[in-house]
Design a protein around this ligand. Structure first.
Ligand code: NAD
Length: 498
């Protein structure tokens, strides 16, 4: 295999500041370093946002909402800006993909061909979707006409994780702005670079000042201050379930509307009648892409006993051949994990899997030397009550659990606290639909890898989240519904005091 390294990873990156009221601005607090996951050397320093920085950003967003043009524009007018943002993301796509790979360790092949173009698509899509929204009419027997309209809510706090950062940030920013809200983004502290670049894009797109703001920094400080701020009406959060619980508790004091996209431990169920070659491709890609740091990762393979030996033999071969290495090498399939702390956490689970008695068929260790490299790992003969089958590892680790009949497959798939995604492979059309509708999961794919149409609702069941975003569902969150009741005739009004 010939490999090529087209871009030097040691890009010089300027110190990262906050972006408030249309300008980059130094923070009131200390600074921290963001690390290159492939070397663990510092890339640059980042302003650690304080409650004071959050307050400045929320005031700017508030002003832009209360006094500025943004919420008063038509969806069509806002769409012009949003499409410009999409175009600028594509103009800077190479630079953005390199920054994202440098900061997150996700291979350049995946950032450049999938994550960055999807971020542009988020803006193109929601620019259009905002104009396609339909409202409800309730005619009341000729007496009244009741109907609904939507209006922007106010200032949104957007809090995002470090996996696929740019794609997930834009998944919130685009519908938020399309709905006419203004926002303060608090990106994850382990991946601040691409969000930082967005400020420049918003400036070039000519967005009115204060509509889009970024405060960098640590979750417990900057994130918590954003959640507590009385000037913020909405919190859209993506991250760990325990953080989501904490945010909901804190948001209750100021009665914020919250959207929670949380953790996952998603099953992929493979029946013997499936197209096993494609099921194998999907099972491998579904868990090892994005370095396994993927909320919808198919991390529990539930495999029929009659195909277990053959399928796992082929699976083991494939996992052993996955190319792990320099994320800037275009042949690399799995890169380093985001951070040394996360690497230790994933390695901890590999040890737990060994102790629980699962059979280690591939990987199982880290790679000596710099960087947070953990081998693509495969555990066979896993029991569903093992911790490695129940807890979100968020790394390149697949657990395989055998089953003997459909009812058992469904029971195992559902016997977990999470319910984000699920995947079913069978060529029996009745079984495909039947199993899909038995799974306690926000999203199910049948004979498919995780391909998403942005119109469909995205979100999790059980401990994987509350609420749905995507398509019109994003606007249910980012806008307020108003019901207007119009009397068409002379309905009876009781005359008190007459
Ligand atoms: P995390 O919960 O540690 O952090 C997410 C964000 O929350 C960060 O910006 C962090 O700074 C901030 N934060 C932390 N504590 C906070 C607090 N008290 N108040 C306000 N903000 C706070 O998650 P992570 O480790 O960055 O991301 C990985 C997790 O995200 C995994 O569980 C993964 O499944 C989940 N995830 C879910 C989806 C989805 O759509 N359901 C998508 C991607 C990732």
């Amino acid at each position: 295999m010939t490999t090529q390294t087209p871009i030097k990873p040691d890009i010089a990156v300027a110190p990262v500041e906050h972006f408030i009221d249309g300008a980059y601005t130094p923070g009131a607090g200390e600074r921290f370093e963001t690390l290159n996951p492939a070397t663990n050397r510092a890339i640059t320093t980042v302003a650690a946002g304080t409650a004071e920085d959050i307050d400045r950003a929320v005031r700017a967003a508030r002003r832009a909402f209360d006094e500025g043009p943004w919420p008063r524009m038509t969806a069509r007018e806002r769409g012009v800006y949003l499409r410009r943002v999409g175009d600028l993301i594509m103009t800077y796509a190479d630079e953005l993909a390199r920054l994202e790979t440098l900061d997150s360790g996700v291979p350049l092949k995946q950032t450049s061909t999938a994550l960055i173009p999807r971020a542009a698509e988020n803006f193109y899509f929601f620019a259009e979707e905002a104009r396609r929204l339909r409202e409800a009419i309730y005619p009341v027997e000729g007496e009244f006409l009741n109907y609904t309209t939507r209006y922007p809510v106010g200032v949104a706090g957007l809090i995002t994780p470090w996996n696929a950062p740019f794609m997930l940030e834009t998944w919130k920013i685009a519908p938020c702005l399309a709905a006419g809200d203004t926002c303060v983004l608090k990106p994850a502290e382990w991946s601040p670079l691409s969000a930082n670049f967005l400020g420049r894009i918003m400036q070039e797109a000519g967005l009115p000042e204060g509509v889009f703001n970024v405060v960098q920094g640590v979750g417990e400080v900057a994130g918590a201050a954003l959640v507590a701020h009385p000037g913020v009406q909405l919190i859209s959060f993506t991250g760990e379930t325990s953080t989501g619980q904490e945010i909901m508790r804190n948001a209750a004091t100021t009665l914020k509307r919250t959207s929670m996209e949380l953790g996952g431990k998603s099953p992929i169920v493979v029946f013997p009648d499936a197209d096993l070659d494609r099921a194998l491709d999907a099972a491998v890609f579904g868990v090892y892409s994005l370095n396994g740091e993927r909320c919808t990762a198919s991390s529990r393979l539930i495999l029929h006993a009659s195909i277990y030996d053959d399928f796992t033999a082929r699976l083991t071969e494939r996992v052993k051949r996955i190319r792990m290495g320099d994320p800037f090498d275009l042949a690399t399939e799995v890169g380093p994990l985001i951070h040394p702390t996360h690497k230790e956490r994933v390695l901890g689970y590999l040890e737990i899997g060994r102790q629980e008695g699962a059979r280690l068929a591939a990987g199982g260790d880290s790679i000596p030397g710099p960087g947070n490299y953990v081998e693509p790992t495969l555990f066979l003969d896993v029991r569903n009550d093992m911790r490695i089958a129940q807890e979100e590892i968020f790394g390149p680790v697949l657990t395989v659990i055998p089953f003997s009949d459909e009812a058992e497959a469904v029971r195992i798939a559902n016997d977990v606290r999470y319910g984000l995604a699920a995947y079913v492979w069978t060529n029996d059309i009745k079984r495909g639909h039947r199993v899909a509708s038995s799974l306690q999961s926000g999203m199910v794919w049948v004979n498919s890898q995780n391909v998403r149409d942005l119109r469909t609702p995205f979100g999790g069941a059980k401990d994987s989240g509350i609420g749905r975003e995507g398509g019109e569902h994003s606007f249910h969150f980012y806008s307020e519904t108003r019901t207007i009741h119009v009397a068409l005739g002379e309905h009876r009004i009781t005359k008190f005091g007459a």
